[in-house]
Design a protein around this ligand. Structure first.
Ligand code: FES
Length: 106
């Protein structure tokens, strides 16, 4: 199972084995990772699953869709490497993926 590293704004790190086919958000929710609330359940309507993806992983992700970008534009402190973790589907190639949560999400 791919290992996903979640790092909060304080630098606390959790490394979780997430099943292929789940989203990075679902991996967090199922393992009580703080900082990812996913209020809308993954329907791109809340941005409480906003993460910063470590730069070297950005081009391994599916292209960002307009609806995701629109939601990110309204998120807290969006950056170039912002993604909605509910839109990142875990697969073998993402083994080792590192995401950080914004300081507002604790
Ligand atoms: S869970 Fe709401 S936008 Fe991702």
């Amino acid at each position: 199972m791919p290992k996903i590293t979640y790092i909060d704004s304080q630098g606390n790190e959790k490394i979780i084995d997430v099943k292929n086919g789940l989203t990075v958000m679902e991996g967090a929710i199922q393992n009580n990772v703080p900082g990812i609330d996913a209020d809308c359940g993954g329907s791109m309507a809340c941005a409480t699953c906003h993460v910063y993806v470590k730069e070297e992983w950005l081009n391994k992700l599916e292209k960002i869709e307009d609806a995701e970008q629109d939601m990110l534009d309204m998120a807290f402190e969006p950056k170039k490497n912002s993604r909605l973790s509910c839109q990142i589907i875990v697969k073998e190639e993402l083994d080792g993926l590192v995401v950080n949560t914004p300081s507002k999400q604790t």
